[in-house]
Design a protein around this ligand. Structure first.
Ligand code: ZN
Length: 427
């Protein structure tokens, strides 16, 4: 298949070279197309892509194939918008947790990110939001992808996560003697505002902060709020002032509610949610990004990867509650986005969450919308991303068969088109 990809790339590159004066046309046909905006299925679709933009979406028997176009016939397959994962850590290695991760330098993490970016794209994820990376490795990776140096998804990046001293976004593994602090540590309203400004200075697209304890951090109580209301208000106000959206890490009940009141755009994890938290999210239009697959990896292979015993114990409590609350949030009508926390588990396995989202309460269409049009709206990119519609960027993927009948198909994306370029193709 690698050879096929190379051949295709050469083919399309060749056309680009020899007909640079003309628009490059690509025609894609398949058995069906998922229209995530209407929630309907278009049978026998024909999609025309001009350069990097979707030009026309129609039916095969009603449209002619333009002369000189490259044609991709995806017989027996379903077309979907490029998938979007709103919670990844591309520069993190899932086989190195806890003390193993202390031995990973910032440059090493950046190189790891190159490998993971390609794996993520090949799994069908053409856009990711990277929420937390050391040393602005995410900014470097995003820029290298945009410059065409390496293959990867479109990245919306946060830089280092902002958090309290000793909190989930600090690093508490070493004793006092080492004086180790994570670079996003800040206490007090003005210090957190300074961190927001610093992250923007070095290239952040979004702001991520930690609002409660976490599973994988040493010595934090997962259900307990970190940052006062005053500090959360300051982070969100500063980020919004500068035109950035905000994602908060929050497992605990009080922290979830304080962050929503502060006006965050999305809450990550949302494990120990209560009814009031659901009400607040509905009132504020807050998105939830609930990583309901990752628990299987943490409890299955986490110990081998270096995850601490205390973290395994926390996950046993949190994972079960999170899945029950996922169903409550879906039924209540909270806006949901697909967020996997890949980086805690292996990159490229992102798609495994789809089947779980259906098992724990979503309709198949809702699960697909959570990974396409909803994230596009959260990122304020709905005019460019999130659906196969005329005028949007040509980010399109295909799977064999019908994912509405079997969501596990989303784990085996056969074709990936990013910005009109076929980067993966398999019959
Ligand atoms: Zn995370």
């Amino acid at each position: 298949m690698k050879i096929r990809v190379a051949l295709l790339a050469t083919l399309f590159l060749g056309i680009g070279l020899f007909s640079s004066a003309h628009a490059k046309l690509l025609v894609i046909t398949a058995d069906r197309l998922i229209d995530v905006e209407s929630g309907e299925v278009l049978e026998r679709p024909l999609v025309i892509v001009e350069n990097n933009v979707i030009k026309t979406v129609g039916k095969q028997n009603r449209m002619a194939i333009p002369e000189g176009a490259q044609v991709l016939n995806l017989e027996g397959q379903t077309l979907l918008p490029g998938l979007m994962d709103m919670h990844v850590h591309l520069t993190s290695d899932a086989t190195k947790h806890g003390y193993k991760r202390l031995a990973v330098s910032v440059p090493r993490a950046a190189i790891t990110g190159v490998k993971h970016a390609e794996k993520t794209l090949m799994a069908g994820f053409t856009t990711v939001r990277n929420v937390g990376a050391p040393g602005f490795t995410d900014v470097a990776l995003r820029d290298a992808i945009n410059d065409g140096d390496v293959l990867g998804p479109k990245m919306f990046v946060s830089g280092p996560s902002i958090g309290v001293t000793g909190g989930h976004c600090d690093n508490n593994l070493l004793p006092y003697d080492y004086h180790q602090y994570s670079e996003g540590v800040a206490d007090g309203p003005w210090e957190v505002r300074e961190k927001v400004r610093r992250n923007i200075k070095y290239g952040a697209d979004v702001i991520k902060f930690c609002g409660t304890g976490g599973v994988l951090s040493k010595g934090t109580k997962v259900g307990v709020q970190q940052y006062s209301q005053e500090e959360m208000d300051a982070v969100v106000a500063e980020a919004h002032l500068r035109g950035l959206t905000v994602a908060v890490h929050a497992h605990g009940t009080d922290g979830i509610k304080a962050a929503i009141k502060a006006g965050v755009d999305s809450v990550e994890h949302v494990s120990l949610l209560d009814d009031e938290g659901i009400e607040l999210a509905l009132q504020h239009g807050t998105y939830f990004s609930m990583d309901i697959y990752v628990t299987e990896y943490i409890l299955g292979e986490g110990e081998q990867a270096g995850i601490l015993q205390e973290s395994l114990d926390k996950e046993r409590v949190v994972g079960t509650r999170q899945r029950a609350n996922f169903e409550k949030a879906v039924n209540a009508g909270v806006k949901m986005v697909f967020g996997s926390d890949a980086g805690v588990y292996p990159h490229g396995d992102n798609g495994k969450q789809f089947a779980r989202m259906v098992r724990f309460g979503m309709t198949p269409m809702q699960a697909l919308q959570a990974a396409t049009i909803n994230p596009a709206t959260l990122l304020k990119q709905q005019d460019k991303l999130g659906s196969i519609s005329a005028g949007k960027l040509a980010d399109i993927v295909a799977v064999k068969g019908n994912p509405l009948e079997d969501m596990a198909l989303m784990e085996s994306v056969t074709t990936v088109i990013k910005d009109g370029v076929v980067v993966k193709y398999a019959e």
